[in-house]
Design a protein around this ligand. Structure first.
Ligand SMILES: Cc1ncc(COP(=O)(O)O)c(C=O)c1O
Length: 429
């Protein structure tokens, strides 16, 4: 006789048999069964079968509300008809050429039009490559070696921006990085004033993304801008995530102009597209007509499918869409806060516009140290509980709205949260 599953994990296991089967096969051929560390979660990840709008169906046939949208990458949801059409039309014309292509010029022009600080832009296949190239470009432009980045910042997986504790990274590479605190204008400025003349660049996410979905204080970003100006370093905004908050990215929201910007995720409409761009004077170093130019290779750079998907996605994202995402995001964050208060749970909800994250701590969260105080056991139960109730968040408790998430879907999310918090039982250990 079958017994009804009781704990959150038992419920998860009971509903995901086919995912477990695939995971067991994958374990034999891929380390840890995955090809991307961030999508591994205990006891195993759920395998996606298909997506449509804000819904994802897993291989067991369960439909869920997707509030991860591939780590914020999909702003118009899964398989938007206009994006699918653009990909299909381009695929029928060919998928890859040793030649530039028309959609590449279209997407570049769109980005330059949206972001005044981007006078010229270049494409890459990942945010990792975009930040790697932006930092190299900053070193080439300034003739300096070192750069500063923010505690808790994430800029991809190349050596320059790894924690030196990560196995296999070169200590001499890490020595080129100066670490500054987040949301501490005075503390950061002091460090930058100490090292300023050695620094090619300061790289910062205007909204700390993977580090906790925490918007920067405007004064903090202003202090970084001023320090860069004092010392002749380039200010790089890594907007791989934050670009989704405004037509012109978070820099439009803050009214602060960086020298270089890196983009990714949303600009490829779900395909592997990223970019770096900025002042023409700096970007001009990449011009192959110029003597001693900085080369940028990449067999799949400016890939026509990604360019077409990105251009079709951005076409859908008009200013009124961003205003509506602001409203829906605020409504969701307020709804979450009200539920945590009602259930007497010590939790914080950070974020802005369509981006948010839940942190299980009684203290306000303003930087990555605050994020690290979040209780991992509560977070795991919350995320798995929501999955059992049909809503996907990422394992850190991050949620990102896409345009198909309307008021009805926000209600559905909040009802699921209410159910998870009501189911809560004291830990049995
Ligand atoms: C701010 C930021 N920069 C860079 C990256 C790296 O992008 P990718 O995963 O495309 O290499 C990420 C990825 O999450 C990111 O959030």
């Amino acid at each position: 006789m079958r017994t009804t599953p009781r704990t959150v994990e038992e419920q998860f296991l009971a509903a995901t048999a086919r995912s477990r089967e695939l995971y067991e096969q994958a374990l034999k051929v891929m380390p840890g069964g995955v090809t991307r560390t961030s999508i591994y979660s205990e006891p195993y990840p759920i395998y996606a079968e298909r997506g449509e709008g804000c819904r994802v169906w897993d291989v067991d046939g369960t439909r869920r509300l997707d509030l991860v949208v591939n780590y914020t990458a999909l702003l118009v949801g899964h398989a938007h008809p206009a994006v699918v059409r653009a990909i299909q039309e381009q695929a029928a014309r060919g998928t890859s050429f040793a030649a530039p292509n028309p959609p590449e010029v279209r997407l570049a022009a769109e980005l330059v039009d949206r972001v005044p600080s981007i006078e010229q832009v270049r494409f890459t296949n990942s945010g990792t490559e975009a930040t790697m190239m932006a930092l190299r470009l900053a070193r080439a432009f300034t003739g300096r070696r070192r750069f500063a980045w923010v505690e808790g910042g994430y800029h991809g997986s190349h050596d320059l921006v790894q924690d030196p504790a990560v196995a296999g990274t070169l200590p001499e590479v890490a020595e080129n990085a100066v670490v500054i605190p987040y949301n501490d204008a005075k503390g950061a400025a002091e460090i930058l004033d100490r090292h300023g003349r050695e620094l090619a660049a300061v790289i910062v996410e205007p909204i700390l993304g993977s580090g906790g979905m925490i918007p920067a204080d405007p004064e903090y970003l202003q202090a970084l801008r001023a320090a860069c100006d004092r010392h002749g370093s380039l200010l790089i905004f890594d907007e791989v995530i934050s670009f989704r908050v405004r037509r012109g990215g978070a820099q439009e929201m803050y009214g602060i102009t960086p020298d270089l910007t890196t983009l990714g995720k949303v600009i490829g409409g779900g395909l592997p597209v990223a970019a770096f761009g900025g002042r023409a004077e700096v970007m001009g170093l990449l011009d192959p007509r110029r003597e001693g130019f900085l080369p940028q290779a990449g067999t799949l750079n400016g890939h026509p499918l990604g360019m077409a998907a990105g251009a079709a996605t951005l076409e859908l994202l008009t200013p009124d869409v961003y205003a509506e995402l602001d409203r829906r995001g605020e409504r969701t964050r307020e709804g979450l806060r009200a539920l945590f208060a009602e259930h007497e749970m010590a939790a914080q909800v950070t974020g802005v516009s369509s981006l948010m994250q839940v942190h299980f701590t009684p203290d306000p969260v303003r930087d990555h140290r605050g994020v690290m105080r979040s209780d991992p056991r509560q977070r795991k139960e919350f995320v798995m509980g929501l999955c059992n109730h049909g809503v996907l968040l990422n394992s850190r408790g991050m949620a990102a709205l896409s345009t198909p998430v309307g008021d009805a879907e926000i209600d559905e999310f909040l009802e699921a949260v209410d159910a998870v918090l009501s189911d809560r039982r004291p830990p049995v250990r």
